[in-house]
Write a protein that binds this ligand. Structure first.
Ligand code: NAD
Length: 255
């Protein structure tokens, strides 16, 4: 069914790479107009080409989600370019690896500034525009490790757990305005984030085997597996889906 997001306007943080880039491409393919808000220019070549060729449908806005004013500017960019705001996908994230004793408080704070505080601020500044538009969909990318723990992911798992419950709080607070808020929980997905973790590990083969062993099928998903879930949550087909945890993990949490 094409045009599932016809006439909708979305901001996608972390949209230059991996899951966010796949979401940006699929949102445009389904008829949405999109602002890609990211620290870096699009890594994904198909996305870069789309931005260059279709500026009336998708634009890039440089945005560090740990800087409040840059989040405000990214939301404003959507409203000024496309006239309103219907959906946000808060996808920007960093891995934040290490067990409690091995990480310091700066590492903890930085992980939370991006993965949790950045998500809060996107909601904070998106909601007034969604109220004005008569409703909206907030899609916060958590993780399977926002539901269960991950070994050596102390700060990451804590930040992703925060996203999960924050999304539910928002779901209750703004349901009267037609705003839905849900979290998405990917399993192991083959993206630059995971490739960097593997490539920087002391034993690359062991790190790759560790990630593969997490998945019941023994191999990672692809960014589009998560992006289609975001399309669904942004669409009117999900109009009664609020405060939910959309797990897309190839069975990781079924163990
Ligand atoms: P990725 O590294 O490919 O993409 C992350 C994007 O976030 C990058 O474009 C990066 O520039 C951007 N980003 C990082 N810090 C930022 C900041 N301060 N401000 C703005 N943008 C920033 O990674 P991905 O795997 O596509 O991850 C996307 C989301 O999915 C993350 O929140 C991640 O935690 C979550 N996730 C990923 C996996 C996985 O296996 N890949 C699993 C569970 C959850």
């Amino acid at each position: 069914m094409p045009d599932r997001l016809k006439d909708k306007v979305a901001v996608i943080s972390g949209g230059s790479s991996g899951i966010g880039a796949a979401a940006a491409r699929l949102f445009v393919a389904e008829g949405a107009r999109v602002i890609v808000a990211d620290l870096q220019e699009p890594l994904d070549q198909r996305l870069a080409d789309l931005i260059a060729s279709e500026p009336d449908r998708i634009q890039f806005k440089k945005c560090d989600v740990s800087v409040e004013a840059e989040i405000v500017a990214a939301i404003d960019a959507a409203v000024s370019a496309f006239g309103k705001l219907d959906a946000i996908v808060a996808c920007a994230g960093v891995p934040g690896m290490g067990a409690a004793v091995d990480i310091d408080s700066d590492h903890w704070d930085r992980t939370f500034a991006i993965n949790a505080r950045g998500v809060f601020l996107f909601t904070k500044y998106a909601v007034p525009h969604m109220i004005e538009a008569g409703g909206g969909s907030i899609i916060n990318i958590s993780s399977a490790f926002g539901i269960v723990a991950g070994p050596h992911f102390a700060a990451y798992a804590a930040s992703k757990g925060a996203v999960r419950n924050f999304s539910k709080s928002t779901a209750l607070d703004y349901v009267g305005h037609g705003i839905r808020s849900n979290s998405v929980h990917p399993g192991y997905i083959d993206t630059p984030m995971v490739q960097n973790i593997v490539n920087n590990a002391p034993d690359i083969n062991a790190a790759q085997a560790m990630f593969n062993s997490l998945q019941p099928g023994g191999k990672a998903g692809v960014p589009e597996d998560i992006a289609w879930g975001c399309v669904y949550l942004a669409s009117d087909e999900a109009r009664f889906v609020n405060g939910a945890e959309l797990v897309i993990d190839g069975g990781l949490l079924a163990r």
